[in-house]
Design a protein around this ligand. Structure first.
Ligand code: 13P
Length: 337
């Protein structure tokens, strides 16, 4: 059995990142609604198969996070989607949290569900070839929130999740997402993200998590989307790196950002800018959902005859982000499709 430290290292090999294709049934329905496609087991399978079978996907994508339904889905020929990934040396990962629940009596705060049953649920995924897991915690910023109690609760759950994953020989991807929606400025995003990551790593250390056998998936530091503050890529990159240097231990092999509602281009540019700043102890890569799929989804619009162009557009985005992992992305590359 391959050791989790090796898997974690391979996931963040030079120029590689993760495709987050683990949208829950509700979320993927919203994405499909935007292109007027009815979300059924069948259409979800068709769409995801198109992405996963893109030629040479593993040049840029080392792993894919799957939703439970997809993990056990087979294509029309009866081939499991996980086998398509395995055949091209892409790791299959699984989203194991079970969504959000209101935190105490604070209507705009949440904690992540699913910890009680996690250990038993993991067995089936391990038997079927999963190599890593993901657990997402959500931290909202608004007046008087987040409370420290909510940050601590989510940090404890993330650490417990990481412990259970590692006990099952799975690499945990620890995702504390500070949400971009809101009126807060860049400085506030930095402060809350720093506090959150500090609490998360305190809890991970208290539980003796093997830091070399895990990955972290944070947000980048950006102003809230209703703040009126313009996104400044360079400033965001500098603040993001500062925040990570203050909170993420050097043993952690990689940091994979979420895109969180940034446009595809902004997500690529911030990643590129961060990687241009200085040499870091960890790899800095991507684990994007929307920022990898947005354009491909619009091309597909539910039609199988668009398969080739959908894959081309998807691979182009993956390649641009791969270049950004190396700090070698340039605007002119966007044209070479
Ligand atoms: P986005 O990149 O669309 O934020 O999705 C990443 C993810 O996995 C959120 O949990």
């Amino acid at each position: 059995m391959e050791d989790i430290e090796n898997i974690a290292k391979k996931i963040v090999e030079d120029g590689k990142g993760i495709l987050a294709a683990d949208e829950s049934t509700n979320t993927i329905k919203k994405r499909f609604d935007s292109i007027n496609v009815v979300s059924t087991e069948n259409t979800r399978c068709q769409y995801r198969e198109i992405l996963f079978s893109s030629k040479n996907i593993s040049q840029f994508i080392s792993g894919v996070i799957l939703f439970e339904e997809t993990f056990f889905q087979k294509n029309k020929q009866g081939k499991p989607l996980t086998e398509i990934l395995e055949n091209v040396n892409c790791f299959s990962g699984i989203k194991v949290d079970q969504g959000l629940e209101q935190f105490q009596d604070s209507p705009d705060e949440s904690f992540t569900k699913g910890i009680e049953t996690l250990n038993e649920r993991l067995k089936l995924f391990v038997e079927n070839g999963a190599k890593f897991t993901k657990w997402r915690a959500v931290i909202n910023i608004a007046e008087n929130i987040p409370t420290i109690e909510c940050i601590k609760k989510n940090a404890e759950l993330l650490a417990e999740y990481a412990l259970i994953s590692q006990k099952n020989n799975l690499v945990p991807i620890v995702e504390p997402e500070v949400i971009m929606e809101g009126k807060h400025n860049l400085k506030k995003c930095y402060e809350i993200t720093k506090k959150t990551l500090q609490e998360v790593f305190n809890c991970l250390k208290n539980k003796n998590i093997n830091l070399r056998g895990m990955l972290v998936k944070p947000n980048t530091i950006v102003p809230g989307n209703e703040s009126g503050e313009k996104l400044d890529i360079k400033k965001s990159a500098v603040k993001t790196l500062q925040c990570l240097k203050e909170t993420v231990p050097r043993e952690v092999p990689g940091i994979l950002f979420l895109s969180g509602g940034l446009s595809s281009l902004n997500a690529t540019m911030i990643l590129n800018e961060i990687n241009k700043l200085e040499k870091t102890p960890w790899k800095l890569s991507f684990s994007y959902g929307r920022a990898l799929q947005e354009h491909a989804l619009k091309e597909w619009i539910g039609k199988n005859e668009n398969k080739g162009t959908t894959q081309k557009i998807f691979l182009h985005r993956a390649k641009m982000n791969s270049m950004a992992c190396l700090g070698k992305w340039e605007k002119s590359l966007e044209q070479d499709m």
